[in-house]
Design a protein around this ligand. Structure first.
Ligand code: MG
Length: 382
């Protein structure tokens, strides 16, 4: 049953293809039949850093799972893109901008998932620097990708670059003068605001499935600990009394995803009417972000997330891998900062302008899990 009224468009808030946000640092002629954001989707999809997501950890760092179909950061990214595109289309927003932002949202992630990111950030702090995967993503698309003769990087639209920086957090203009072009005193468009929750909805449901498949989570514990899941599981049991536990679990996860996405879209629409928002400009100047879950669903989301932290992300099985990942990142970082001549030529060339610590961090951040494992093996043989 489709209730089209319930999904009335909020297209007056959409980012326009031919506005300021569709412009590029190096002006390019319009394409015959692709919008600026459709072109950005293509540029991101064809980037080297995008392909490397296939070799990067989402949750499971190595072989601690018997499952052969856990998500990689690439398949996670595609799931986020599917969710973000759906929401943007249903709401009448700029779906290609939302899709571009979803495709690029994890491109700045180092190997070994969040353990790798924490280790790299910690290593840089000893040199007075930080690692931030959003800012790293901006550097990848602005300079590290080399595909075009006319300009460095991918020359993405202002809308996509702004969204890369601002989708998940606010940066204070005084602290980040280099981000001045991204209107730091204004909120991002809804297409960017919804990426963070599309990401969270994707991983809450997917990591629960992967955790169960890997045998780290137990179905009974998920049902006891995550009411959002338990309610959908009970409903599936009533509808399909003869179905296997695995099918009931899949039904429950699918419904959980659906409920979260639907709640988010409905809440965006109520925020829009509550705050009287009728334009992109009004979104930017609103007192708060409008891509949020309803209060009740936000509380359910938080419970589900805390459950995954306690039982999956910080489980002893994964923490052992996290400690190993941190040791590898820290040891290789220190060794290469002490002797930057060991870096490949293109990274060594940046030591002069960026300093050894940043150049080494950029090198490590670009690696897949497999590549850094090989470097680690060679380090021990040397
Ligand atoms: Mg993500």
């Amino acid at each position: 049953m489709h209730d089209t009224q319930a999904y009335k468009h909020i297209s007056s808030l959409a980012v326009e293809d031919n506005g300021l946000l569709g412009q590029r640092a190096w002006p390019e002629a319009a394409h015959a039949y692709r919008s600026p954001f459709a072109r950005d989707c293509g540029r991101i999809l064809h980037a080297r850093a995008f392909r490397r997501l296939a070799g990067k950890t989402q949750v499971f760092t190595r072989s601690q799972t018997e499952s052969d179909h856990s998500r990689s950061r690439l398949t996670h990214t595609l799931e986020v893109a599917q969710i973000a595109r759906t929401m943007a289309e249903v709401l009448g927003l700029n779906a290609r901008l939302a899709e571009s932002l979803a495709l690029v949202h994890d491109i700045g992630h180092p190997p070994f998932g969040h353990a790798g990111e924490r280790a790299l950030d910690g290593a840089l702090q000893a040199h007075g620097l930080r690692f931030d995967h959003n800012l790293h993503a901006l550097r990848i698309v602005s300079s590290f990708e080399e595909r075009y003769a006319a300009f460095p990087g991918l020359n993405l639209t202002l809308g996509v670059r702004e969204g890369i920086v601002k989708h998940s957090r606010d940066y204070r203009a005084e602290e980040y003068p280099e981000l001045g072009e991204f209107l730091l005193d204004q909120l991002p468009p809804v297409e960017a605001q919804l990426i963070d929750l599309a990401d969270e909805i994707a991983y809450l449901t997917a990591d629960t499935e992967d955790g169960l498949e890997a045998g780290i989570l137990e179905l009974g514990a998920v049902r006891d600990g995550v009411p959002l899941f338990a309610a959908r599981y009970a409903k599936a049991e009533r509808a399909f009394p003869a179905a296997s536990q695995r099918l009931l679990r899949n039904e429950a996860l699918k419904q959980m995803l659906n409920v979260l996405v639907t709640d988010l879209m409905e809440e965006i629409r109520s925020q829009v009417s509550e705050l009287g928002i009728d334009s992109l400009d009004a979104v930017r100047r609103a007192p708060r972000r409008i891509a949020v879950l309803s209060a009740g669903m936000e509380a359910e989301r938080e419970v589900a997330k805390q459950f995954l932290y306690a039982n999956l992300y910080q489980s002893e099985t994964l923490e052992a891998e996290h400690r190993r990942a941190a040791e590898i990142v820290q040891t290789l970082f220190d060794a290469w900062v002490a002797d930057p001549d060991q870096l490949p030529a293109d990274h060594r060339a940046r030591v002069g302008s960026q300093g050894a610590a940043r150049a080494v961090a950029d090198y490590i951040a670009g690696m897949t899990d497999g590549y850094i494992e090989q470097a680690w093996s060679r380090f021990h043989l040397a």
